[in-house]
Ligand binder design. Sequence first.
Ligand code: HEC
Ligand code: HEC
Ligand code: HEC
Length: 459
Amino acid sequence: MKKILSILIALIVLGIVAALALAYAPFKPTPANEELPADWKAEAGRGEYVMRAGDCMACHTAKGGEPMAGGNSIESPMGTIWASNITPDKETGIGNWTLDQFRAAMVDGIGGHGQQLYPAMPYENYRYMKESDIRALYDYIQTEVKPVKNEVQATSLSFPFNMRFGIRAWNWLALSGESNFKPMEGTDQQIRGQYLVEGAGHCAACHSPRTVYMAQNGTRLGDSNFLTGGELDGWTAPALRGKDSAIKTWSAEAVAAYMGAGRNAHAVANGEMAVAIQHSLQYMTDADLNAMAVFLKSADGQPVETVPAKVAAPGPHAMPAAQADEAGKETAKLLTAASPDMPLGARLYLDNCAACHFVSGKGSPEIFPELQGNAMVNGRDASPFVSVILNGTSSPSTDRRPMHLAMQGYADRLTDSEVAALATFVRKGWGNQAADVSESQVSKVRKHTNAAAAPERAK
Ligand code: HEC
Ligand code: HEC
Ligand code: HEC
């Protein structure tokens, strides 16, 4: 969420240059992209499903607060951005809004007082949603969500970040290109997947890099940097396309399982992705998860795969541990030999990690993630990986996989130089080819994540 900070800085630079002129030009809202009869009604359940697909709940619900009643804080050093109350309460929510006002918020980033919304609200992506989905969502909010009176604190960032008209200029740059969804040439399944990924799913908000003025660099298929990896507050949202993508070695079936269950044979979702799965993706139907997975793989130029209809069908519970493959053979041999003069990193791995992630680095499907080829282990920025070693991590249960997974942290057991040696070993083991990790990098992560102090070692 701290990316907001950089967005804001860019906003100001731009805002000052261009905003005044634009600010006084009359605003023309984007019209509906489908013509629907006045008495059109979405089928039962559709609006709620769109809400899940768009993950409105995650941002618009405060910790311990009523669903969608706002007050969730998004921190930035210039101040806090407060997510709005979007329940149908007439005074403090959006109960009095017309469909046109709602569409303007979703598509053009215009709030209830005609104010420009900060792009923390992902209208860069929602603008690709079809009118029928926007209307289903609008009707759902107005008629099915419980109205909650909750006056959300006004966002007041320090000068000049409080000048919302600056966003007008930013939008002019960021939202160039028409807002209509452009279906690819492909099967209905691919197109459905494309629609969900580009629009409601707002995957690009995290998984695309940013432009110099901090707009999403690539919001749709055909944009060269679309989903090639992004940065969020010290965590990496891995590339889903392009040369750095780890999922190009996963089957589409495995991608769908990751999104729907939070884990698969390769990896476990942590951080912001775990949150997205908890509130949004786990509620997607098997058909839609498969559609997104098949689209993602084909968007990277790979053949369209056939996937089983059921996502993350329960598998066998006892299976033989995976053997090291060709790329992992050397490392597995070194660890198995366990010679007393093996390098420090290897010894630390054997002592601390091998019991679960195994000498093969392949772990055990859906419990102990694979470290070979793992996106977090091999990330350009090693901080998330170092943070997992220091602090451990956990991932929530989902309906498809109720078991809660957790890994303990090693902050009080390993010194910074030991963690550096261990992390470097793992980033080079089993054919991994990521850069070394230094002691000072580890100290930084230890400080930044408030991890426990390192143990004292006798000299
Ligand atoms: C990543 C976080 C995030 C997600 C996801 C998100 N929003 Fe928002 N939304 C915000 C923030 C933050 C604001 C307030 C921005 C501001 O004050 O400029 C906002 C503002 C709004 C507003 C304007 C309210 C007003 O009173 O002006 C509406 C309407 C809205 N969101 C609807 C939705 C809907 C519907 C969804 C799901 C499809 C959604 N949002 C998903 C963060 C989010
Ligand atoms: C709020 C930010 C955010 C959003 C939105 C988001 N992701 Fe993620 N995603 C992440 C992060 C962070 C990770 C890395 C998780 C980890 O390190 O365990 C991730 C990991 C993944 C992975 C695993 C990649 C790998 O190589 O291990 C897949 C697949 C994925 N996301 C797909 C999606 C799709 C599809 C969408 C849209 C429907 C999406 N994500 C939306 C932040 C996000
Ligand atoms: C007692 C078993 C256990 C031990 C020992 C263990 N881990 Fe884990 N590890 C897990 C589990 C379970 C997870 C999945 C939890 C999650 O990601 O939320 C995990 C997750 C991870 C992840 C995240 C991968 C992903 O795809 O999200 C990394 C990296 C990792 N472990 C590295 C290590 C390293 C390095 C060591 C040794 C210092 C180690 N683990 C020791 C059980 C263990």
